[in-house]
Ligand binder design. Structure first.
Ligand code: NAG
Ligand code: NAG
Ligand code: NAG
Ligand code: NAG
Length: 471
């Protein structure tokens, strides 16, 4: 075999960014390349216990940014100020990372697009750079269309994605602030050698791959879903933080349920609904009568939560009912979604959750909150037909600032019934979900689209390396 590549991966310090990027790193390593992940000590701890890549850590600058010792990622902060400090810390790490990379230059750097300075570093060393932001290519295309055909300044409400392969109406206009934040990051990401997408071509669709290359003039490699690297249940369960309950407990509970009879509800690690909203969700679950697993924020339902506090977010007697599990904090999501008893997933459409649901063939009830989620929703519902919408149109800048509108229990219950009551629409949606899941099983294996995309990418990087040596 010819000389392996040497690659550095620099993930952003947030679980949703870090875990998928490290899964992708493992894919490169599984092809015999030398992979090093650059991060901080506590974040290194949550990496899977692979030994096919190296980890190089830099001390997290807790004191400099004023974060308590032991807080090193977005999941560990609870407000916007904390999130900003994590961003600042990443900027402070820049110098250390730069020195390291300059002294031991790799053949390629793969970095989160929230670290735009990697562009300069890579240019300085004439190293190819790949960008990652955890978005689907569909979403990147939509955001780029919007950048080149901006909506009027005072636009609000639903809009049609301009100049797009399909007529797609997004339920709400992105807040100006997220545009101001994202635009410069995209400008720099487009200077990279290409985007790495944690998805597969069959999900985004060939037409969007073509559209991206032609219209945006930039490359994208679909290498995912990288989570499939973890085949066994134990490996699946070990992703992310330790679950508060044992995996077996979930499996035992689900084993007693009929196929497609349980709703799984989770809004990811970054979503902070007000109590009133949780109450509406609980009421809808109750009214629907279906069995459920509901992941609520960790601070909810602590042992010492008073009855008064509890009543703010849970209807009286809710916990005493025996047809559901309330999980505080982290859940073994892939194990739950992979169980045949789970019939629908009420989700915020975070990309990581979306890909996990697609891999498991579980139809989705979409409830986007921010960021890329409103675009993901349309890929799920309108483009692939593997989910139904709750009908949300409030797009917030950050979940820390909370939502103003309440989604009422009736809307939620209706959406649940559309998927769970077994009508024709539900049957078709379930069939399409399962078909896509079947494809997913093969994409990262030899001959699959993501496997082959990775081969092409590796060859291209080798060529770039070898040309450089010749020069
Ligand atoms: C986040 O950081 C904390 C420490 O600050 C660590 O214990 C935890 O495992 C990390 N979790 C994730 C998901 O990154
Ligand atoms: C519950 O306990 C935690 C720590 O043990 C404490 O920080 C919190 O204030 C307590 N909450 C209530 C409502 O008593
Ligand atoms: C990735 O695979 C798809 C489907 O096989 C193909 O159309 C596309 O050109 C590949 N992408 C790259 C960048 O090679
Ligand atoms: C890859 C990754 O980060 N997976 C996580 C996605 O988010 C869900 C819900 O928060 C977690 O359970 C997954 O482990």
């Amino acid at each position: 075999m010819d000389k392996p590549l040497k690659l550095y991966f620099i993930p952003y310090l947030a679980a949703g960014h870090m875990i998928p990027l490290c899964d992708i790193a493992a894919l490169f390593a599984s092809r015999g390349h030398f992979v090093t992940i650059i991060t901080t000590p506590l974040n290194a701890k949550i990496l899977p216990k692979y030994n096919n890549f190296n980890v190089h850590t830099f001390q997290f600058p807790s004191q400099e940014v004023g974060l308590p010792e032991g807080v090193e990622n977005l999941s560990a902060v609870t407000d916007l100020d904390g999130a900003y400090k994590i961003y600042q810390a990443m900027a402070l790490l820049r110098e250390h990372i730069e020195n390291f990379v300059e002294q031991h230059p790799p053949d390629c750097i793969v970095a989160d697009f929230l670290l735009p300075w990697v562009d300069e570093l890579a240019n300085k060393l004439s190293i190819p750079r790949l960008a990652f932001n955890g978005f689907s290519l569909f979403t990147i295309c939509a955001m780029e269309s919007l950048r080149s055909h901006p909506l009027p300044e005072d636009a609000s409400g639903p809009f049609v994605i301009p100049n797009f392969p399909q007529d797609i109406v997004i339920n709400s206009t992105p807040p100006a602030e997220s545009k101001t934040f994202m635009d410069p990051l995209f400008t720099i990401a487009l200077k990279s050698n290409g985007f790495i997408i944690n998805s597969f071509v069959e999900f985004d669709g060939e037409e969007y791959v073509k559209y991206y290359e032609k219209t945006i003039g930039h490359k994208a490699w679909h290498l995912g879903p990288a989570s499939l690297v973890r085949e066994t249940i134990q490996e699946k369960a070990e992703r992310g933080e330790k679950s508060t309950l044992s995996v077996q407990k979930f499996v035992d509970w689900l084993n007693k349920k009929r196929d497609n009879s349980v709703i799984y509800i989770s809004f990811g690690t970054m979503c902070h609904f007000p109590d009133k909203q949780l109450f509406e969700i609980a009421s809808a679950i109750e009214a629907s009568g279906y069995d459920f697993i509901w992941v609520v924020p960790e601070k909810k339902g602590k042992e010492n939560e008073s009855e008064d506090d509890k009543e703010k977010w849970l209807p009286k007697g809710f916990e005493e009912r025996d047809n559901g599990m309330i999980v505080k904090g982290w859940s073994p999501q892939m194990v739950i979604l992979g169980h045949p008893a789970v019939g629908a997933f009420l989700t915020h459409c975070g990309w990581n959750s979306t890909v996990e649901a697609v891999s498991a063939g579980v139809p989705m009830i979409t409830w986007p909150v921010l960021g890329d989620q409103f675009y993901n929703e349309k890929l799920i519902t309108q483009v692939r037909g593997i989910g139904v919408e709750v009908g949300v149109d409030e797009w917030v800048v950050t979940s820390f600032r909370g939502m103003k509108q309440l989604v009422g229990r009736d809307c939620i219950e209706k959406a649940i019934r559309r998927l769970m009551d077994g009508g024709d629409e539900a049957i078709q949606i379930r069939e399409r979900s399962q078909k896509l899941a079947k494809i997913t099983k093969h994409v990262v294996q030899e001959g699959g689209s993501s496997y082959e995309n990775l081969t092409v990418l590796i060859n291209e990087l080798k060529q770039l390396r070898d040309c450089k040596v010749l020069n």
